[in-house]
Design a protein around this ligand. Structure first.
Ligand SMILES: Nc1ncnc2c1ncn2[C@@H]1O[C@H](COP(=O)(O)OP(=O)(O)O)[C@@H](O)[C@H]1O
Ligand SMILES: CC(=O)N[C@@H](CCC(=O)OP(=O)(O)O)C(=O)O
Length: 254
């Protein structure tokens, strides 16, 4: 059975009840098919950088990440947030294993020098991931990677989830703090073709973090020849319904 690759944004981790409810659904799904979690933590990185006295900015939804900030960014994403995610997943019975994108050479990276130490992740070696899934573990990935020169890299978590999903040829679900992609009237768009998506980007309706999510979805849809769903995490039944092939959130068509 195809693994489900679920991306969870950092905002979800600040809502303990919502996170636990969603992880309970994941435990249910895992009885039938493998589950892989990839988490963000953008809000937590904001808080950590501020505490350490750093200013931070995002360009087109991606954080400018100077090398000297990477120990703090890594501490937040691959330290505190990953451990918190793993701890809640243990309680949900998911048998989790915390990892970063370089574990077992899962991903390799080029560097988006314009943004500093920001990695562009490509799927590389699936052996470790397949081994963990075969043995009934739930891999829990942070979006930190290690570059060819051994440098720490910050990867947008939607793009990290896209690479991991391509690695295991899974079903990608991007969960976020809105019910899906919204139109100019703030209404949910149930299905989106590549051409419609491009038009909404040109019109400035899809922007920032959602534009990155769309790019992650379009890239994965093309690579795996499958539709990708962007949905909200507020309502855990949505994930359950999605697993039963009911329409939920925005379905991005390949
Ligand atoms: N067309 C759109 N539809 C929905 N959200 C959008 C759209 N354009 C921009 N956004 C913004 O994208 C955000 C989701 O992206 P992001 O903040 O990166 O979330 P996450 O942390 O879940 O990855 C929404 O909260 C919203 O502010
Ligand atoms: C390069 C880049 O933008 N990295 C992101 C990684 C975390 C992330 O994507 O978190 P959310 O999913 O919670 O937004 C960042 O530093 O915020």
């Amino acid at each position: 059975m195809k693994p489900v690759v679920l991306k969870m944004g950092g905002r979800l981790l600040q809502d303990r009840a919502a996170l636990d409810a969603l992880l309970a659904v994941c435990a249910n799904i895992k009885q039938r098919r493998p589950v892989v979690l990839v988490h963000g933590g953008g809000d937590q990185v904001d808080q950590w950088l501020a505490k350490f006295g750093f200013n931070t900015e995002k360009i087109d939804g991606q954080r400018v990440s100077p090398a000297e900030q990477m120990p703090v960014i890594t501490g937040a994403l691959d330290g505190a947030v990953n451990a918190e995610m793993v701890s809640r997943a243990i309680l949900a019975g998911l048998n989790p294993v915390g990892l970063n994108l370089s574990a077992g050479n899962s991903c390799q990276f080029s560097v988006n020098n314009k943004l500093g130490a920001v990695g562009i992740a490509k799927p590389a070696e699936p052996t470790l991931l397949n081994l963990l899934l075969e043995q009934g573990f739930t891999p829990v990935f942070s979006s930190i990677g290690i570059g060819a020169e051994g440098q720490l890299l910050n990867v947008n978590a939607d793009l990290a989830a896209a690479a991991i999903c391509q690695l295991v040829k899974g079903q990608l679900v991007l969960l976020t703090d809105v019910p899906g992609i919204l139109d100019a009237q703030m209404q949910l768009i149930p299905t989106l073709s590549t051409a419609q998506a491009a038009e909404l980007v040109t019109q400035g309706v899809i922007k920032g973090g959602m534009k990155v999510k769309l790019d992650a979805a379009l890239e994965t849809a093309a690579a795996l020849q499958s539709n990708i769903v962007v949905a909200g995490w507020q309502n855990p039944e949505d994930l359950q319904n999605l697993m039963q092939d009911k329409p939920v959130g925005t379905c991005i068509m390949y």
